[in-house]
Ligand binder design. Structure first.
Ligand code: B12
Ligand code: SF4
Ligand code: SF4
Length: 350
């Protein structure tokens, strides 16, 4: 059995859904596009959640040999990431927050990549697994999927719901050339219309300063006009995927490969109504290290905007004297304005 065949069968035995091999190259087109994107948006490293300057990050990403100087091939791995908790309808009424689906599968694809890297090393080559290459770009090059207008890799069988990872190796593996799917982007444009913040400002182009995904994950203050557009997303955002016809007929993945991982990593719905009762979120509200999630929960409750949400927020306004104060006051005002609850309370009618 060739090394490549061995890699494919090992990855499949660990639950990978797509596997392909790309050549190592310095991605010149990619870095040109990145540079234009950064000029167009003025986005900084901080907007992208990078520790370094944005251009430095992308330059490092674009040159695979910085990861492994002797690198010859890239093994691309994709895990289907559409779960049984994937039905988000009516979560607003249920005081639930939404978590982006693909994130919850990162531990799964990472573990598979570790097995593949160990296998290659066992055959006498060097192998480094990680996210340190432009994953969509490399996958698009070999036709594992193609770029959709939503800026994501669309695959034939799994739509955009795939978590990607790579193993860079100095083993010479034969590159693949798959037949990519055909996406109806030209006649569609749903993702561009649906993006609530305008982060998806043109086909294929995302401005990270406006994207709900980094907004929910950074400690930076979130401007009020953006808070209102975040809906009940508390970790990431899937709106530009939810509306995509390429994802319409997907079935939840069973069995759930995440079962062996810590369930807190794959809580797709987070119970915001439990701010007062649920031990999970009560703990969040009392734990300063979880300030970002608390802030997101407050914003989500404001956007859910029901009387029940208002009461939960009031409860925490009374106990919270810390950094969340401004968010709580804003959230309470938002709901009061919308449903006139303050007036009702003032006139003693509740
Ligand atoms: C930086 C980054 C972000 C940034 C910027 C997003 C972006 N689209 O650039 C932020 C923080 C906003 C982000 C958000 C999300 N991300 Co992200 N992100 C990355 C990261 C680290 C690098 C992506 C990158 O290189 N961006 C720079 C831009 C310039 O590159 P690009 O998007 O490939 O752009 C190319 C196209 O625009 C193309 N292009 C331009 N014009 C044209 C014209 C045509 C005709 C064509 C075909 C192409 C084309 O050229 C560009 C350069 O090659 C990758 C991980 C990795 N190591 O690759 C994950 C990754 C792309 N993210 C991922 C995910 C899941 C998300 C979210 C869905 C998370 C969530 N649910 O909240 C959102 C989705 C937002 C969106 N619509 O893209 C997955 C995507 C999986 C998939 N199916 O594609 C990845 C691959 C991580 C992973 N391990 O799986 N992300
Ligand atoms: S929603 Fe439509 S335009 Fe956007 S990526 Fe999907 S098919 Fe393309
Ligand atoms: S993830 Fe949400 S905010 Fe970001 S581009 Fe997609 S729809 Fe817009």
């Amino acid at each position: 059995m060739s090394l490549k065949t061995g890699i494919i069968s090992l990855a499949k035995s660990h639950g990978v859904d797509l596997v392909g091999v790309a050549n190592v190259s310095v991605y010149t087109n990619y870095i040109q596009e990145v540079s234009a994107r950064l000029k167009e948006t003025g986005a900084t490293g901080r907007d992208y959640m990078f520790c370094e300057d944005a251009m430095t990050f992308f330059e490092n990403l674009s040159d695979v040999r910085r990861t492994l100087p002797s690198a010859k091939s890239i093994v691309l791995l994709a895990v289907y990431a559409f779960d049984t908790e994937g039905d988000y309808r009516a979560t607003e009424q249920k005081l639930q927050g939404k978590t982006a689906r693909i994130y919850t599968y990162y531990p799964v694809v990472r573990q598979i990549a570790e097995h593949v890297a160990a296998h290659i090393e066992g055959a006498g080559y060097r192998a480094v697994q990680g996210q340190h290459i432009p994953l969509k770009f490399a996958a698009n090059e070999i036709g594992l999927g193609l770029y959709g207008w939503n800026g994501l890799l669309l695959t034939r069988d799994f739509g955009s719901y795939v978590a990607l990872r790579a193993v860079v190796t100095d083993a010479e593996l034969e590159p693949d050339a798959f037949q990519p799917p055909v996406a109806p982007c030209e006649d569609c444009g749903r993702c561009l219309k649906a993006c609530p913040t305008g982060a998806l400002y043109a086909p294929y182009k995302v401005n990270p300063a406006l994207c709900i995904n980094p907004l929910t994950r950074k400690e930076d203050d979130i401007p009020q006009q953006l808070r209102r557009k975040m809906g009940n997303w508390v970790c990431g955002c899937d709106i530009c995927q939810e509306v995509c016809p390429m994802n319409r007929d997907l079935k939840p993945r069973v069995p759930d490969p995440r079962a062996e991982f810590d369930p807190s990593h794959h809580a797709s719905h987070r119970t915001l109504g439990g701010l007062a009762r649920c031990p999970d979120l009560k703990r969040l509200m009392e734990d300063d290290r979880m300030l970002v999630m608390q802030r997101n929960a407050v914003i989500a409750l404001a956007n859910i905007g029901t009387e029940q949400a208002w009461h939960i927020l009031r409860h925490y306004k009374d106990v919270d004297t810390g950094k969340l104060g401004e968010y709580l006051a804003w959230a309470i005002d938002q709901i009061a304005e919308r449903i006139g609850i303050q007036n009702k309370l003032d006139s003693g009618s509740t």
